[in-house]
Structure formats: structure tokens, C-alpha cells
Design a binder for this molecule. Sequence first.
Ligand SMILES: [Zn+2]
Length: 193
Amino acid sequence: MRHAFPGGTPALDFPGTLRFRHRAEPREDLDSPVSLGAWFREAGITVDDVPAGPADLRKALALREAVHRLVRAAMAGEDHDRDALDLVNRYARKPTPVPQLTPAGRQVDATVEQALAHVARDAVLTLSGPDVPLLKECGNPECSQIFIDRSRGARREWCAMDPCGNKIKAAAYRARKRANGLLTAGRPGRPPA
Ligand SMILES: [Zn+2]
């Protein structure tokens, strides 16, 4: 599967793997250990998929939700949840993946724990750095993706045009057409469309 990386950094994209958190039923992108292993590669943390098992996935989801809570608290200017803070800091102290140059190019040997340590350190750096005021949630009411808005004038509205920006713009277009249709129908001497 192809994961999405609109957040600008792993600390935002990893929580984003539980998509549409504002829906009654969010969409789980990390629905298997294989999907988790692929995420690390697609995020650029490793070169190959990381071998993962069910226990790895459970740990990854626990860390993901802890990172998510810290990001939300940072955006709201609230104190961090102690348990979330402890978990993220515990992972941030662990060894991270080690890149090596080989005749075949870059090689990164990593366990799930090391890859999660990379995400945790990124959360520490992101949430203590200059990007915190730039954190923004996607303008699609169903979408809960948070991204770093580095656009000029901080005018970025969507995590990505596809699907969020396109979906909202299409809905606005239909609403305008409906409004125009009502006006047209009210005019005398015009056949209904
Ligand atoms: Zn979005």
C-alpha cells in the first residue's frame, strides 16, 4: 500500500496513519504488521521494509497515539499528558536506525523499536522547535491530518489537494450551482433546467 506523507515530518505523518479521526469510524492505515514495516520505508527512515510482528504493531500504535496527544496539546497550548510524555521520551532514549554506505548504496538495518525511536526523537524535536506555531489541521472537517504550514502568509488549507482540497472545492462548487439553480428557477419566463 502507499502511505501518505503530507505532514512535513514523521511526528505528524505517523499519527496521520489513523485518518479521518473526526469521523465516527476513522480509517486505520496501519492495519497489519506488514503495513507498519512499509511505512518506515516509505517515510524514508529505512531503505527496506522493517520486519514486524503483531506485538510490534501494538507498540507502534501505542506510541503513535502518545505522539498524537502531544501534538494536539502543543497546538492547543495545553500541558502534556504525563503518560504520553513518558512513553515518547522512553522511545527517544533508544538507539535509532544506523545508515551505512555499502557498494550497493545506502543500507539501513533497523528493528521496529529503532524505527520508532526515530519517530519519537522527531516528535521531541518538532514539539520543542520553531515549527509549533506553524502546526495546522487540514481544512477538510473530516480530516484530522496535521501539517507544518510553511506557505507564504500561512495560507495552506489542506493536508493535500487529493483528496481533501479537491473534495471541499467540489462541494463548494456544487453548493454554488444549487444556489444559482434556485435563483434561475425563480425567474419568470424561463423554463426549468
Ligand atoms: Zn486532509
